[in-house]
Design a protein around this ligand. Structure first.
Ligand code: HEM
Length: 566
């Protein structure tokens, strides 16, 4: 009853002019018109207010000024529409109490009980949870543009430069610019070709380090920490040309600092998906669990380190400007390219925007690739016959006496099948990244109100027995003959539509190269008789292996000569 009384409709248009033209946060408000009202702080639905003046927008819980248009017929009541099925909810909390840990299992149970399209009220937020290919198809084709926004969050505000990074930016002009820049300068085939030397050097360095650390018999290695350093080296190399870990690393101190910052970021990101402060914004007032304080402190630390990277590159650029003349030389690193563009368009490429792009490379690119490499190796250790098959493919297709390189990957379809099958069973982002709708829409027979947060349970779809034969079995062969990693709407490790992962090509190359090099150079075995523990950890946003992977290895006799020359 209270909820019904509090219902209203919004047609507001918020615009906050910032240095970058329309501020992305205002773009989100303009486009998404998220349904928030002061009563929504308590989870009672929303009241939408129109005022023709700047007002402190206490109602929306974000506490910043905005202007809203006067629209006749304010305080109209919202008719009850056909919302997707929903469990019984509590006042204030809605369905928050149902999301016990582990989150993915809790969501799966709810989908099992209420169907593949269901709605949940998490505090003040309406959430649409989907877990069927048909629903995915409708969301990312017919409704793709409607769901192309991202929800507002504590994290997006503080750690994503006030929603200006590619991942957090609302759909609009700013996001399109960033996406265009990254697709051309980082993720295009040409750019990937240029950065292939960095990945190759890192793969070489990994196998060399393993070889030099081998002292006979069969040796144990903590693969997770080695792979973490490798992925960080790849990203750092692409971003700034620095090498932070390994025998010939020269920027060890920078690396250690970034390693600590990234670890801290992952801990905070881990709590981001289900952050109570985002669902019950009143908790931000009291800084519930000191979350905001932690986020702000990390932001300051991270910002200083990122600024150091930019200043360093700027200094180098000034020193070398007389000697470096070609465009290609200047564009050797991502920061170098960005500084060039900054000179031409300083109003669009501020230092904060550059830092946002670097952050995207580290946060979206490092963990996801590392987790996939670790899951793939774990699966292969538990299925040695598949490992042998992959090795036979490498032996047949890579020139003897050479470490495999980017150019060999097209000749190794089975290796690609292994990675696809790994991403099916253990998608690094099992719920993708939350989207939010910018207007009312329909999904099947259901009404989806504007401002609804969309969660796609990719992991559940990837393991659905109605969709896959023997879904829990590791059978890379199921991907044989399948062109590309996107198989209809039943396989979406990189998401879909406009907000799909732009780094998929880079990730597939990096994972394949490293996995291939490990298989080509060494014999691998489990540490004991028992199978590698495949328990999933994490909180829903990413899905790491609960226990870091350790394995036994020894160099393959046929590779010793090459390894000793690397
Ligand atoms: C195995 C590795 C990876 C996996 C499984 C993965 C998966 C994903 C997924 C599921 C999304 C969300 C898509 C959606 O919202 O529907 C995403 C978005 C994104 N990923 Fe990846 N990713 C990987 C590697 C990378 C790499 C290497 C980079 C860059 C260096 C990257 C950059 C991004 C960015 C910037 C977005 C946000 C795009 C946007 O909002 O427009 N990812 N990724």
């Amino acid at each position: 009853m209270v909820r019904w009384l509090c219902r209203g409709v919004l047609h507001g248009g918020a615009r906050v002019e910032g240095g970058l033209g329309i501020h992305p946060k205002a773009e989100a408000k303009d486009g998404a018109r998220e349904r928030k009202g002061w009563l929504s702080w308590f989870g009672f639905g929303s009241v939408w207010v129109w005022k023709k003046k700047w007002l402190l927008n206490v109602e929306d819980g974000w506490g910043f000024y905005r202007r809203e248009r006067k629209v006749p017929g304010a305080f109209r009541s919202m008719p009850e529409k056909n919302l997707p099925p929903t469990p019984f909810g509590l006042p204030i909390l809605g369905h928050l109490h149902l999301l016990k840990k582990p989150l993915l299992q809790a969501l799966e149970t709810l989908s099992y009980q209420y169907g593949p399209i269901l709605s949940l009220r998490l505090g003040s937020r309406l959430v649409l949870l989907i877990s069927s290919p048909i629903a995915v198809e409708e969301c990312f084709t017919k409704n793709d543009i409607i769901f192309a926004n991202r929800p507002q969050s504590l994290f997006g505000e503080h750690l994503a430069y006030n929603y200006t990074t590619l991942t957090f930016s609302p759909y609009g002009h700013h996001w399109r610019n960033l996406r265009r820049f990254t697709v051309i300068e980082i993720f295009s085939s040409n750019s990937l070709h240029m950065s292939s030397t960095i990945r190759h050097e890192e793969a070489c360095s990994l196998v060399r380090q393993l070889f030099r650390g081998f002292h006979g018999g069969s040796q144990k290695v903590d693969l997770r920490s080695m792979l973490f350093q490798l992925t960080l080296n790849i990203m750092m190399g692409m971003v700034s040309g620095k090498r932070c870990f390994g025998e010939d690393a020269v920027d060890v101190e920078v690396g250690q600092r970034f390693l600590e910052i990234l670890k801290e970021t992952y801990v905070i990101v881990a709590s981001m998906l289900m952050s109570l402060c985002d669902f019950l914004p009143i908790l931000r007032w009291v800084d519930f669990q000191g979350m905001e304080k932690k986020v702000v402190s990390l932001k300051k630390k991270r910002d200083a380190s990122l600024q150091d990277l930019i200043d360093d590159e700027r200094r180098k650029k000034q020193i070398k400007s007389s000697t470096i003349t070609t465009e290609t030389e200047k564009k050797k690193t991502i920061i170098g390219t960005l500084l060039l563009i900054q000179e031409a368009e300083p109003e669009h490429y501020s230092d904060d925007i550059i830092k946002g792009i670097i952050v995207m490379m580290f946060t979206a690119g490092t963990d996801t690739s590392l987790l996939t490499m670790e899951w793939a190796m774990s699966l292969l250790l538990n299925h040695p016959e598949k490992l042998e098959k992959a090795r036979a493919e490498i032996n047949d297709n890579v020139e003897q006496g050479h470490l495999l390189s980017d150019s060999d990957l097209a000749k190794l379809p089975y290796l690609r099948c292994i990675i696809n099958e790994t991403l099916r069973l253990y998608p690094a982002a099992p719920l993708l990244v939350p989207h939010v709708s910018s207007q009312d829409s329909t999904l099947g027979e259901y009404h989806v109100p504007c401002g609804t947060m969309l969660l796609v349970n990719a992991r559940a779809i990837h393991r659905d027995p109605k969709v896959w034969v023997e879904p829990t079995k590791f059978r890379p062969e199921r991907f044989e003959g399948v062109n590309g990693e996107r198989e209809g709407f039943k396989f979406m490790p990189f998401g879909m539509g406009r907000r799909g992962c732009p780094g998929a090509g880079l990730a597939m190359r990096a994972v394949a190269l490293v996995l291939g090099a490990l298989i080509q150079c060494f014999e691998w075995e489990r540490v004991g008789e028992e199978k590698v523990d495949m328990t999933e950890g994490g909180n829903g946003l990413t899905m790491p292996k609960a226990k870091p992977l350790e394995a036994m290895y020894r160099p393959r006799p046929t590779m010793v000569k090459l390894l000793s020359q690397l």
